[in-house]
Design a protein around this ligand. Structure first.
Ligand SMILES: [Fe+2]
Length: 195
């Protein structure tokens, strides 16, 4: 698809952020203004991709470079749709493109391999993110969260992660039992919207 955005320029800009920052916090702060700019593009997400799926939130890959150093994804959250508590194991930023979501953040406290449960997850904050807001994740301490759209209107979030998140092996956590299961959340589109 012809592009409303200069993805090659974004590739260069993120590349230079990654070259000059070796810590996650520096990467987050370097990529934040690039996502802020991306969120202002009214035609970034084609109308056909802005409709929610019936059974779950939609996850559409917008763009990734050949080296998969990052990926840009749009998530479409229908009213009432939610993502379970999960980690990412990579840095990432979440920007509100349309509507609002609630993000709950959690911290993991390990009790040792022989303990039952082996760890517990404590909720540490809850924020409402509105259009233009940006939040972030990075391992290990800022990596676990849950996202939901309890509102009546569709919400759309645009994420930038430090890998192709559609291939990333990560975890969904059960807050009640202190257990997790492995997960790979594939994109709902087989090919990126932009290439
Ligand atoms: Fe997430």
């Amino acid at each position: 698809m012809s592009s409303v955005y200069d993805w090659k320029q974004l590739e260069q800009e993120i590349g230079s952020v990654l070259e000059s920052n070796k810590d996650y916090r520096g990467i987050i702060e370097g990529v934040r203004p690039l996502l802020q700019k991306l969120l202002t593009h009214e035609e970034l997400i084609p109308a056909a991709y802005q409709e929610p799926l019936l059974n779950k939130y939609a996850q559409y890959l917008l763009y990734k470079p050949d080296n998969e150093a990052f990926s840009v994804i749009a998530f479409i959250w229908g009213a009432g749709q939610t993502a379970p508590v999960h980690d990412h194991l990579v840095w990432g930023l979440v920007g509100l493109y349309r509507g609002s979501v609630i993000e709950k953040r959690f911290k993991r406290e390990d009790h040792g391999v022989s303990a039952e449960p082996r760890y517990s997850i404590r909720e540490v904050s809850e924020v409402k993110a509105d259009k233009g807001d940006i939040t972030f994740v990075y391992p290990p301490d800022y990596d676990i969260h849950g996202v939901s759209n309890p509102f009546d209107d569709i919400a759309i979030t645009v994420h930038i992660y430090g890998t192709d998140i559609g291939k990333q092996e990560r975890h969904i956590h059960d807050v009640q039992t202190g257990t997790y299961r492995d997960v790979v959340t594939k994109h709902d589109n087989p090919v990126p919207i932009y290439s």
